[in-house]
Design a protein around this ligand. Structure first.
Ligand SMILES: [Zn+2]
Ligand SMILES: [Zn+2]
Length: 321
């Protein structure tokens, strides 16, 4: 029998330390009966939509490899299928290797991400972009080095591990042509691509093995996490710092935490209020569509222009039966 374990917590003036001992366990959908499960998913979608509607402040979405999986992005560190599973990162993926043989990393990139398999945002990315367009200001803090969140319309995207699609010159520091364009125009024999100004080597702006994260990005992300009313953990097991600290940090500062992952993680039982193990590209559009409908009922005039536009643009988006 499915039971609702999740209670709405009114934080009021109560500090987290008061709550820590009595924190409600995460609402988890865990039932093999298809009909029961379907009803539970629908109910949880509604709970999450209401959490978004009630949240006052900037939402934070912490995303990882699972977010881009439906876009056929190769995951770099997956031990079985990742890019480094069949290549030696010491030979081409470290800072040291890049200094001596920059063409090796560029060759890997050309083989793996371009130009004929240029990934596109999936319905999960698009749902987050749509939510922002509805007026729910949000920041995406991502461990992904792709630019699919930006392409789906999110304006504030922070890349903890850098952005593979931006490049800079290692000699003069100027920004170079973007990686998409380089992989389309430069021939393999001419790798690595070079700076237009000083002919220095161009480096993708992603963190390589042996490189440190950008402190200013980590600091700003931490600050946003401490002030958000609602943090989502999407498609990441958040096993490495600093990403692993963010959900706990948010919960300690009174935020509610929603986790959508294909498997339970170390976070599920420690700081998560609502957990779903459903594909992101399926449930995120359902959640955002429900937010849109409910938001519209509350504020029909203010959003009429958006409704008009979105009904033209997304004529096919429907809630599941
Ligand atoms: Zn070489
Ligand atoms: Zn240069």
């Amino acid at each position: 029998m499915f039971s609702i374990k999740w209670d709405d917590m009114d934080l009021g003036d109560v500090s987290f330390s008061d709550l820590a001992g009595s924190r409600a366990p995460a609402r988890v959908i865990d039932h093999e009966n298809v009909a029961v499960r379907k009803a539970a998913v629908k109910g949880t979608v509604e709970i999450i939509a209401d959490m978004i509607l009630e949240a006052k402040g900037n939402l934070v979405f912490l995303t990882g490899a699972g977010m881009s999986a439906a876009s056929d992005i190769p995951t770099f560190r997956d031990p079985d299928h990742g890019v480094w599973a069949t290549r030696d990162p010491k030979q081409c993926g470290t800072k040291e290797a890049f200094v001596h043989h920059p063409e090796r990393l560029w060759t890997v990139l050309m083989d793996v991400v371009g130009p004929e398999n240029d990934p596109k945002p999936n319905l999960g990315h698009k749902a987050l972009g749509d939510l922002e367009a509805l007026g729910f200001t949000s920041t995406v803090v991502t461990q992904n080095v792709d630019d699919l969140h930006e392409n789906a319309g999110n304006k504030d995207v922070m890349h903890l591990h850098g952005n593979l699609w931006r490049t800079f010159c290692v000699a003069c520091g100027l920004q170079g042509t973007n990686t998409h364009e380089l992989l389309r125009t430069v021939k393999k024999v001419d790798l690595p691509p070079r700076c237009d100004h000083c002919h220095g080597v161009l480096k993708p702006d992603a963190i390589l093995f042996g490189e440190l994260l950008d402190n200013s990005i980590v600091d700003r992300a931490s600050d946003l996490v401490k002030h958000t009313p609602l943090l989502f953990v999407l498609g990441t097991s958040a096993r490495v710092t600093p990403a692993s600290d963010f959900p706990i940090m948010a919960a300690n500062h009174g935020a509610k935490v929603v986790e959508i992952n294909m498997e339970r993680t170390q976070l599920t039982d420690t700081c998560v209020d609502v957990f779903m193990n459903e594909p992101l590209e399926v449930v995120l559009p359902q959640i955002v569509e429900l937010v849109r409908q409910k938001h519209l009922k509350k504020d029909p005039l203010g959003t009429s222009m958006f409704t008009l536009l979105s009904s033209v643009l997304n004529g096919s988006s429907k809630m599941p039966e």
